[in-house]
Ligand binder design. Structure first.
Ligand SMILES: [Fe+2]
Ligand SMILES: [Fe+2]
Length: 160
């Protein structure tokens, strides 16, 4: 079986993350009873996908491209930081869901969910249109294979 290039592995992760993001947006667009628990479950799924993905990027992919595309990577790092801030806010609110949210917290959960959707979706588009496109031109097949192997290793180290 032909192995996927490192940049394609990241694109594949993005497609999975987008499915979960679409579910999050669809859920908060129709606020109802039980929504908070659903948002909590979908948010946990987004985190389960995002954590190893961001680790692959920050520990393997970005460092390899740092010298060639430092400005663009600084921008990508900033976007990761903003996503991490929103994630922390979501984590706090969904963690309180069992105790019942106040009206204000409920509205804040909807706002943060929409903001998280926008931030991650925007970041994925920037990565694919800019960083991954440039990486495909810049990296050799051997480099792509080597980075892909490192990313897989970082994933299985996490699974253990
Ligand atoms: Fe990223
Ligand atoms: Fe990404």
């Amino acid at each position: 079986m032909a192995s996927l290039a490192a940049s394609d592995l990241l694109r594949t992760d993005h497609r999975q993350i987008e499915i979960a993001l679409d579910r999050l947006l669809a859920t908060v667009k129709h606020p109802c009873e039980g929504m908070v628990l659903q948002v909590g479950e979908i948010f946990a799924e987004i985190q389960r996908l995002m954590e190893p993905h961001v680790r692959k990027e920050e520990n393997v992919f970005y460092p390899h491209l740092q010298a060639a595309f430092s400005e663009l990577l600084a921008e990508m790092d900033e976007q990761h930081e903003y996503i991490a801030e929103l994630t922390a806010g979501m984590d706090e609110l969904t963690g309180m869901a069992g105790m019942g949210l106040t009206e204000r917290q409920f509205l804040e959960l909807i706002r943060l969910s929409m903001e998280l959707f926008d931030a991650i979706q925007h970041h994925i588009v920037d990565e694919e249109d800019q960083l991954l496109r440039l990486a495909d031109l810049h990296l050799s097949v051997v480099e792509q294979d080597c980075l892909a192997a490192k990313m897989r290793a970082s994933k299985s180290a996490q699974d253990r």
